[in-house]
Design a protein around this ligand. Structure first.
Ligand SMILES: [Mg+2]
Length: 321
């Protein structure tokens, strides 16, 4: 069994890091604009409510197309707010846009700086922020002969360092060792990058982009048995489309993290041939799901005995969704 998996939102709970990005943006906007922090925070909350109120129109927009939607991708909310400030006609957005552009060449440069500086600081001050039991799940997968490939837009060092802190070695796919192990990571994988074909599928009323050349190249190379992710558009729409078309490198199984914010259009609006097979409330559900779909050697008679009891999926709903 070879699993290709996203990292943040699957093996981590990114809420603390996300809060840190919001905090950085509010502080920076207050500094640039000269408004008080309290007033800026109120304005930022208004922007947030506006983009979340129209999630089909906002998210992570690249050259005019949404590569993910703000209601499925919580980590995209600061980007969506920044892109709203960059483009909106209202006076408050224009006020902050002007303030940013007095110091930065483009709003996108300001946003990138806020994201990267915050995430670097977060990693410098947090040895890891893995989901509880994540390292035990990974150890279980390795013990049962599974290969795990992380494909993430985060830097490879984040995955390598956080698991190293828990005593688990992950190789850098960009700089593989002479004797590679069963775990590796493609960092800065560019899953958000879109090709020029504009190919998309209609899911729950949303147009979801599936021409993702960087991600496709990795999927085609790795030929994983299963793909796992928490953001339908970024992580799952392409492998599901590849499977529906019988393309080489398409996975057999596809799993979606069913998190608190996972929107209804993903859970109920996706056509059957584009729907994930598994829904996982927590990464500790993986051993049960993988045991049910493969002929893993029974090295551990009770594979989940050593794992935290966090699998809150009701009986009978975890497998084929
Ligand atoms: Mg993710």
């Amino acid at each position: 069994m070879h699993l290709v998996t996203d990292f943040d939102g699957v093996w981590t709970d990114p809420s603390r890091e996300l809060e840190a990005v919001h905090h950085t943006l509010v502080e920076a906007l207050a500094l640039l604009s000269g408004r008080t922090r309290a007033t800026t925070a109120d304005d930022y909350a208004d922007f947030s409510a506006t983009v979340l109120g129209q999630p089909h129109r906002h998210g992570w927009r690249i050259e005019g197309r949404l590569t993910s939607y703000v209601d499925e991708d919580s980590f995209a909310l600061p980007t969506a707010i920044g892109q709203y400030i960059d483009a909106a006609a209202d006076r408050t957005a224009g006020f902050y846009r002007d303030a940013i552009l007095r110091q930065w060449g483009a709003v996108s440069e300001f946003l990138d700086h806020c994201y990267h500086s915050t995430c670097d600081r977060f990693r410098a001050t947090h040895p890891h922020d893995l989901a509880r039991g994540a390292e035990k799940v990974l150890a279980w997968l390795v013990a049962h002969g599974c290969q795990v490939t992380f494909v993430t837009n985060a830097p490879a060092a984040k995955v390598i360092d956080w698991f190293a802190h828990q005593g688990v070695a992950v190789d850098d796919a960009g700089d593989p060792p002479a004797a590679p192990g069963p775990l590796k990571v493609y960092g800065r994988a560019g899953k958000q990058r879109l090709g020029c074909s504009g190919a998309s599928v209609l899911c729950g009323g949303r147009e979801v982009q599936i021409d993702r050349p960087s991600y496709r190249a990795i999927l085609s190379k790795e030929k994983a048995d299963a793909v796992l992710g928490d953001v339908y558009s970024l992580d799952l729409a392409l492998p599901l489309a590849m499977r529906a078309r019988g393309e080489e490198g398409a996975p057999v199984w596809v799993g979606l993290m069913h998190l608190r914010h996972t929107p209804q259009w993903v859970l109920q609006g996706v056509p059957q041939q584009q729907a994930p097979d598994w829904r996982l409330a927590h990464v500790t559900s993986l051993p049960r799901l993988i045991s049910s779909c493969s002929d893993l050697p029974p090295r551990c008679p009770n594979p989940e005995a050593a794992l935290p009891s966090m699998d809150s999926i009701p009986a009978g709903r975890g497998n084929r969704a």
